[in-house]
Design a protein. Structure first.
Length: 187
């Protein structure tokens, strides 16, 4: 089963992705984690993206598309993909479509976690103290939220016609969200 999780930063995508990975024996495709890794390694890609990441801007589609390719074509991960933070633009969504077709796969479920900005700000402030992510200051959070709303909206519109598109109230407790997801995937 392949799943896409949508939601503004702080909506709990990562938490649900980790749950699904465990439950489905799957693989989390978190472009945010991959990009942070590149920065940590101080790789060529890392040097190119650090400014955009810290400004809360989106990283270039080409860089992100390139990072996910290997995961999709890895036979061990086939039909066990849990997308967390990808696709985030129409161009990425179209790229994903092509890669899935070429690898003979499809998306089984798409979940969109909806949460108001005020709740997200509170949650990220809390996470900042625990995880110490460099892109977790208030200004960056607000910028990331704005970027998400602007850029991801067309992607949601693109997927919302799909019968496997499910909107979920992301303000609920983690366990409540998990229970809803469980009910829908029904495995
Ligand atoms: P996340 O951990 O998913 O909230 O992502 C953190 C940051 O990484 C975002 O604010 C973007 O700067 C960058 N990023 C992550 N995923 C993508 C993506 N699919 N496309 C462009 N930028 C991304």
């Amino acid at each position: 089963m392949n799943i896409i999780l949508f939601g503004p930063p702080g909506a709990g995508k990562g938490t649900q992705a980790k749950y699904l990975v465990k439950k489905l024996n799957g693989f989390q495709i978190s472009t945010g984690d991959m990009l942070r890794d590149e920065i940590k390694k101080d790789s060529e890609v890392g040097k190119q993206i650090i400014q955009d990441m810290n400004d809360g801007k989106f990283v270039d589609d080409k860089i992100v598309n390139n990072l996910i390719k290997n995961y999709i074509f890895d036979p061990k991960k086939k039909n066990k993909l849990i997308f967390d933070g990808y696709p985030r633009s129409l161009s990425q969504a179209k790229n994903l479509d092509l890669l899935l077709k070429d690898s003979n796969q499809k998306i089984d479920h798409i979940f969109s976690l909806n949460v108001k900005k005020e709740i997200i700000i509170k949650r990220i402030e809390k996470r900042k103290n625990i995880e110490k992510r460099s892109d977790d200051n208030l200004e960056t959070i607000l910028k990331r939220h704005e970027t998400y709303m602007e850029t991801t909206k067309p992607v949601l519109d693109f997927y919302s016609k799909n019968i496997n598109f499910h909107e979920i109230d992301g303000a609920s407790e983690i366990e409540v969200i998990t229970a809803k997801i469980d009910e829908i995937i029904n495995v």
